[in-house]
Design a protein around this ligand. Structure first.
Ligand code: AVJ
Length: 324
């Protein structure tokens, strides 16, 4: 008898890497970019001249904070729930404005990382004394289920940074359906979305000249080396982003520049790469008003407003739930 037991995985990362590196074509989800080193590299990405998304969204929030605040506020206040709060740099623009207006609201930043939440809460306490903050640790799905019971007053859900882009359109519909089903009549959903534009501008955003995005992508290899006892040589892989202006999909790959075999010891796995074989690592979907309208309709959301920069490079959309 030569039976092998199905492997038991210690972590989600271990399981996903096993599945992704034994499928064809090979893939690993971009959600695994964000270990400590990845968080740090993403902070650097947001400051790159080519990575326009963060700056554009920041400008939109600064410029339109008055109108956005008017839309959010309500006679008995509101609960502001932010999915994937991060360092809160952009959200603080809104919080500052809400404080000036003396709005009655509570801020509930949601993040999977306890570390991120602790840092954010610390900086909020410093910069916004008296702000009512209630950090929520967990996955979006768990937190949304929990927060669906928040029905005493208006709930405003924030999803900034074009994070929706990391989902395929089909996954995005499923995700937005979960959001809309956690919403009641007066609740709002506010989402930042990078827009289709001059293809070279998008490509450059994922292929910066300083090589930070390359390091960010290759950090997956070093993470597997460290956490899964693998022996990837990052030098033998190329960072390869592409953008398709027809579908609006930007994708990133790691391409093996030679034929090689890699050991992933913690998974008891040997992975063979042909020369030029790829690992697909990220989707950064770009939208326009038409595709966003489709997404919203599929998910049971109705557009209640939108704000953009002067070139329509980036947009923030406001939605309510349909049919209530
Ligand atoms: C955080 C998902 C919005 O896709 O633009 C930045 C992540 N990847 N550079 C994006 C990212 C490469 C980013 N999001």
């Amino acid at each position: 008898m030569n039976e092998t037991k199905p492997p038991e995985f210690k972590t989600q990362f271990a399981e996903d890497v096993f599945k992704g590196l034994t499928s064809y074509p090979k893939k690993i989800s971009s959600k695994f970019f964000y270990d400590e080193k990845g968080d740090e590299l993403f902070q650097k990405i947001m400051e790159l001249p080519e990575y326009y998304l963060t700056g554009k969204e920041y400008d939109i929030l600064v410029q339109h904070r008055e109108e956005i605040g008017d839309a959010f506020s309500s006679f008995n206040g509101f609960d502001l729930i932010e999915l994937g709060a991060g360092d809160g740099k952009k959200t603080k623009v809104l919080l500052r404005h809400f404080q000036e207006k003396s709005y009655d609201y509570k801020y509930l930043p949601v993040d999977i990382s306890k570390n991120v939440l602790e840092q954010l809460s610390g900086s909020l306490l410093q910069e916004f004394p008296g702000l009512d903050v209630e950090p929520q640790q967990g996955t979006y799905a768990n937190v949304l289920t929990r927060l669906a019971d928040y029905r005493d007053r208006k709930k405003v859900i924030l999803f900034l940074g074009s994070n929706i882009g990391n989902l395929t359109p089909e996954e995005a519909v499923a995700f937005l359906k979960k959001i809309s089903s956690a919403m009641h009549e007066k609740d709002l959903f506010f989402m930042g979305v990078d827009q289709k534009k001059e293809p070279q501008v998008i490509l450059d955003a994922y292929n910066d000249s300083a090589g930070v995005t390359e390091a960010f992508n290759k950090n997956l290899l070093t993470r597997m080396n460290r956490e899964l006892e693998a022996d990837f040589d990052p030098e033998t892989f190329m960072h390869w982003p592409l953008y398709n202006p027809e579908t609006g999909v930007a994708k990133s790959y790691l391409v093996s520049t030679k034929e090689q075999t890699v050991q992933v010891n913690a998974l008891n796995l040997e992975v063979h790469f042909h020369k030029w074989e790829t690992i697909h690592t990220e989707v950064s979907q770009k939208y326009d008003d038409t595709s966003i309208a489709w997404l919203a309709e599929e998910a049971g959301l109705e557009m209640a407003g939108s704000w953009a920069d002067k070139d329509n490079c980036y947009k923030n959309y406001l939605f309510k739930r349909t049919g209530l």
